[in-house]
Structure formats: structure tokens, C-alpha cells
Write a protein that binds this ligand. Sequence first.
Ligand code: 5AD
Ligand code: SF4
Length: 466
Amino acid sequence: MAQVSPVRTPANLTLGAPIPRGLKRGTYFVQTWGCQMNEEDSEQMVLGLESLGLTPAASPNEANVILLNTCSVRKKPEDKAFSFLGELRFIKEARPDLVIGVCGCMAQIRADEIHRRAPHVNFVVGTAQVNRIPGLVEEALQTRRFQKRLDLPERKGSVVTDVPDRLGGRKTKLKAFIPVQYGCDKFCTYCIVPSTRGRERSRPTEDIVREARGLVANGTREITLLGQTVNSYGKNLAEGRVSFGQLLSILGGIPGLERIRYTSPYPRDFKTDLIEVIRDVPQVMEHCHMPLQAGDDHLLRRMRRVYTVESYAAIVDELRATVPNLGLTTDIIVGFPGETEEEFEGTMAAMERFRFDGAFMFKYSPRPDTPAAEMKQVDSAVASRRLNQLIKRQREIQLEIGEALAGEEREVMVEGPSPKNPDVWQGYTRCFRMVHFSPGSLSPGQLVQVRLTEPHMWGFVGTVLG
Ligand code: 5AD
Ligand code: SF4
């Protein structure tokens, strides 16, 4: 998620080389906030910059081109982006040829504010215009004029076919994201995403399969399919309608692809046929991240989430009965406008009932021009208290689940050294629990059986068997 700004302050600023004529020897730095879709967009941005001949810089201080890929889902990442832009002003003053571009969700909805508050920004690019970036960088070297490209595809009847061309030549990765669906049509009352990413649109199936095959040929063993409501994939494909379940089955036929994950499904669109595909396609992992958001029907209605706690429970029951060893994770918002103590207790009770293997828990953050921002807000201290209470209980539940699992054997895909301690290696089970183990003579990509020994908040320490 959010990262610490790596910009040095003016006091200890060392300046990079002056920008070369043409970009052949220049360098770039891309700073990313937010979700996996943003991480994926940043990879496309990097491929675009490298197509210009640019190479990576170690920090913004040395870079000739800096891109900020921003997030608007809550206020905090927006504040971080503005403060990062504030720091970049010092580098731009010292090196006026520096090119600065702002992309992503905040760029989509706050382009004019960005220009006003940070006039040193050369261009602002919306979420559907990532492939314009190389051209804008070249333009920025010619002209000092501020540029913005914010078009979002329009809906034509029920079909929105306009999906971006993606750059090939992706870097070799054991695990890769593949966007299959862009935008969102659900309009939950708290959420800014329909404004920042536009109407729901699905990528043609053959493009997805081609990309997956290319990645596998290049060493990828696990793919994660991305979409805001990924299981409504295919609803608005112009021709050759393919459901999300069918897409999983097709991808399951790619030789050499060991594991398939997806995020995030919308509960109402989770139907029996999809659950059966998850059971029957061996590569589909036994992990489901299904946002619940709240554990009270009145709250869910005010959020415009089109399901009830009971209908969510029916999906969970069916999933758990059909898919053995399922890892179930979720997103929860506390302090939504008007949330009463009783409604919050409903959310606490839902955590007891569903016993999630993991949960991202957020304090509600009002987003401009969303219906919930106009509703009567909950006192911030009350919301913080509730969030802490929820986090505390969820931690206990996770440890209880971990203790109950200790001693069991699970398949782990070996990834490599832990970033925190290179003597220990890490990998994930098929139900998406991280496991640390000693590497022996293992190599990345191998599938091994591991005995889960010591449970932790983040997963397990384990022993590789055989
Ligand atoms: N405030 C707090 N959390 C939010 N999310 C989306 N919008 C908001 C908001 N305004 C959370 C939801 C979503 C996750 C990606 O972010 O839980 O599932
Ligand atoms: Fe936002 Fe709701 Fe769409 Fe998820 S389903 S992206 S929370 S509007």
C-alpha cells in the first residue's frame, strides 16, 4: 500500500545529472500508492518509459522523469501524494528540465487542483490513458505547457468495449497480475472508484489468454486476475460472451500455469456455477477475498451493497462446503455515516460468525461527490475506537485459526528469500497463507509440501517435507 517518500529534503539534496538531450540516457522513477490495479498500471508505465530508452533511477533525486501513480480511495493516500509533490518542487527548482507526471485515480478527479497546488507538474494522466504517457514525456521536453489527458470510455448501450492496449515485453515474474475488467458499475455510496475508473468494461477473453500464455512462457507460475468486481467479468463483452467461471476454466487449460487467483469478487455475483469451477479447475487457488464491508443489513443498504448478511452467509457456507481448506478474507469499513453502536455490534458479530482468515479493516473516509459524504458523519474518535476494537478481535481470531491449523501439511510455492531476513525463504499456501522456511536446496517456483509448525499473525513458520 502506501510507501514512505524517498525524496531527500533541500538540506541534503544531491542533484542528478542534467537531463540529456533526447532521452536515450535518461532515467525514471515511478512512485506508486494504492491497490494491485495501480501496481499493474505502474508496470505498464515503466514499460512505456523504457520504450523511450529510459532506465530506472535509484531515487527521485537522480531521475529525469518522475511519475506519481496515485490513489483516491481514502484521504490519506491523497495527502501523501500532495506532500510528495511538495518535496519534488525543490528538485524541480534546481533542475527545471525534470519531467513530473501525475497519474492514477487522484489525477483523474483532481487534475485542476493538482495543477493549482503543484504548478511544477508537467502533465496529469487519467486511469484510462496510461498508454499516452510516453508521448506526454516527449512533449514535456519540448513545451512547458501543462497537459492533461483524462478521457474515460463512455458506455454505448450495455457494451463498453474500449479497453486500453497493453504493452507486451513484461518482465519475468513468478507471480503476475492480469487485469481482466476495468471500472465499476456498482456505485457503493462511499466509493470514489466509479468516478476515477469509469464504467465497468471487460477485456476480450483472447487478449487475456494471450497475455497469460506469454507470461507463462516467460516463467510465470501464478497469475492473479484483477477487477473491481472481478466475478462480473464478461457481462458487457460485445461478442463471444464468456462468464468469469468460463474464463477460469479456459485459463486452467494453459500448460505450465500452476496457480490462478482473483480479486475482488462482489458477493451478489457469486453463483453456484462459479463455486463449482473453483472446485473443479485444479489451478484455481482455495482463496477468496470477498469484501463484506459491514455486518448489519441497514448499514449495507445505506452503503448500497446489494446483499444481506444472510445472503453473504449463504455464499460462504456453500464455498466452505464445496472448496476444502478455503482461505476466506474480507474488507470491512467502520464508522460509515450514521453507524449506530448496535450496527457496529452487528459487524463485530459477523467477524465472530465468519471467522475470516484475514481482513483489511478501514475507518470510513468521506470522498468528495459520493452520496455517503453528504450523510451525517460519525464522530471520528468513536470511529477510531470501533476500528481498534475490531482489529483487536480479528487479530485474536486469526491467531486462533492459525493455532488450529498448526501441524497440518500444505502445498507451498517457493518464492525466494524473505525481504526482511534473506536466510529464511518464503512462499504461500494455496489458501494464501505466507509460510517461512529454511531454503535447503530449493529453487523459486518449486511446489513443495510443508508442515505448518508455528502460527504468526502473518502466517506460519513451516518445515519442508521430503
Ligand atoms: N473509506 C474507507 N474505506 C473505503 N473503501 C472504499 N472506499 C472507502 C472509503 N471511502 C475500502 C472498501 C474497499 C477497499 C478497497 O477500500 O473496503 O473494499
Ligand atoms: Fe467501489 Fe463498490 Fe465498486 Fe468496490 S463494488 S469498486 S467498493 S463502488
